[in-house]
Design a protein around this ligand. Structure first.
Ligand code: CA
Length: 393
């Protein structure tokens, strides 16, 4: 079938029921915007012939947000309302692990990501990200490291190693995926706290608002080293980043939660500016332009790919397992609004195709890869689930 790029089709035609079911045929929110290069949005559908099976490992989780596997096949899972639990390989759910930092669990805040150290068997070390209370209704994204007790019931040696500066009285846009790079440095994705006042400071160099930061395992600054920037800052001009993963070359990729019609894939380079809120695709939730409504400007980076309408990304892996060899090197991104697993077929650092799987499974908050190459998903709900995804054939 000849596929006409949807950008070129008048919006009236797109409202026809015949095309409404295909994600690539939905009308964009921000009509009239033009991609900066071919293939920057609406890549051809890349569904492939892979058939998937799902199995609910655990349900009854209260808005689970992050997870990471332990060496013995069990998983650590966070619940945003403030619990860290262990899920055994057989699906047995532990009581909440004690010894967490203080949390501000309002709105999008609470306990967020969890990361297990590569040397966990020796060190028992983990990192957590969370919304940290800062007094007078304010809060800020925090990161702490701790060791898990031998019986797995409590955190010990808890030490806070980072707080986003400054704090704001907002319950939105905390970031905060944690990724350890091959130098043992910790990337912490952040947000711009959503409100107009902090958003307007996302381009300022004297704060962590709208920044991607990089720190040592105990919090020592390890940023880009750009003159005038805070020493932790790696890149700037980000809106709210809840998806991040390393690729096979050890490079960080992120998927940003954009405005209505402006989710972005970026490969953030040290010292560069990713534009928010000066340039962006999409529009504000009330349909008005963001800033001057421009999508490109000299000195500001273009996303590798963008979505209009959005998927609302949260959590991703870059697949390198054996169970789905045809997906190796591809990005598997959780979609909160898409309510699906979104696959980006990557060729030469560009998106060659996009596929949607398990549509209707729920708001996918996190995606991880298990040791056997199966996938694990978390769904964001009062009755959230941890779901194992395997090959059906
Ligand atoms: Ca951008």
């Amino acid at each position: 079938m000849l596929r006409i790029p949807a950008m070129l089709v008048p919006a009236l035609l797109l409202s026809g029921a015949a095309c409404a079911q295909d994600f690539n045929d939905k009308a964009p929110n921000a009509a009239g915007q033009t991609p900066a290069f071919e293939g920057q949005t609406r890549a051809p559908e890349a569904q492939g012939a892979v058939r998937l099976d799902t199995e609910v490992v655990v349900d009854g989780l209260d808005h689970p947000w992050g997870m990471d596997p332990l060496p013995d096949g069990s998983w650590l899972v966070t619940e945003r309302s403030g619990a860290l639990r262990m899920v055994a390989a057989d699906g047995t759910l532990s009581d909440p692990i004690t010894g967490l930092p203080d949390l501000d669990a309002r709105g999008q805040g609470g306990l967020l990501d969890v990361l297990v150290a590569p040397d966990f068997e020796q060190s028992r070390r983990i990192w957590l990200s969370y919304a940290a209370p800062a007094g007078e209704g304010r809060n800020q994204t925090g990161v702490a490291t701790a060791t898990l007790s031998q019986d797995g019931r409590s955190l010990e040696n808890l030490k806070e190693i980072f707080r986003q500066q400054p704090a704001w009285a907002s319950d939105k846009h905390f970031g905060s995926r944690l990724v350890l790079d091959r130098d043992g440095m910790l990337f912490v994705t952040l947000g711009e706290r959503s409100d107009p006042e902090p958003r307007a400071t996302a381009q300022n160099d004297d704060n962590h608002i709208g920044k991607l930061v990089r720190i040592g395992p105990d919090g020592a600054p390890a940023g880009a080293g750009t003159e005038g920037w805070l020493p932790e800052t790696w890149s700037k001009g980000h809106r709210n980043v809840q998806s991040a993963a390393l690729d096979g070359q050890g490079r960080l990729w992120i998927v940003e939660m954009g405005p209505q019609g402006g989710d972005e894939l970026n490969q953030p380079q040290a010292g560069l500016n990713y534009g928010w809120p000066i340039i962006t695709y999409g529009e504000d939730y009330d349909g008005t332009p963001i800033g001057e409504g421009i999508t490109a400007q000299e000195g500001l980076e273009q996303p590798v790919y963008y979505w209009d309408p959005v998927i609302a990304p949260s959590g991703m892996v870059i697949y390198d397992g054996e169970m789905f060899p045809e997906w190796q090197g591809d990005m598997l991104v959780g979609g909160l609004v898409a309510k699906a697993l979104v696959r980006l077929d990557i060729e030469g650092d560009r998106v060659a195709g996009e596929g949607r799987y398990l549509e209707g499974i729920g708001r996918v908050r996190d995606v991880e890869q298990a040791a056997d190459g199966s996938l694990m998903l978390l769904t964001d709900a009062d009755n959230g689930q941890m779901i194992r995804v395997t090959r059906a054939d």
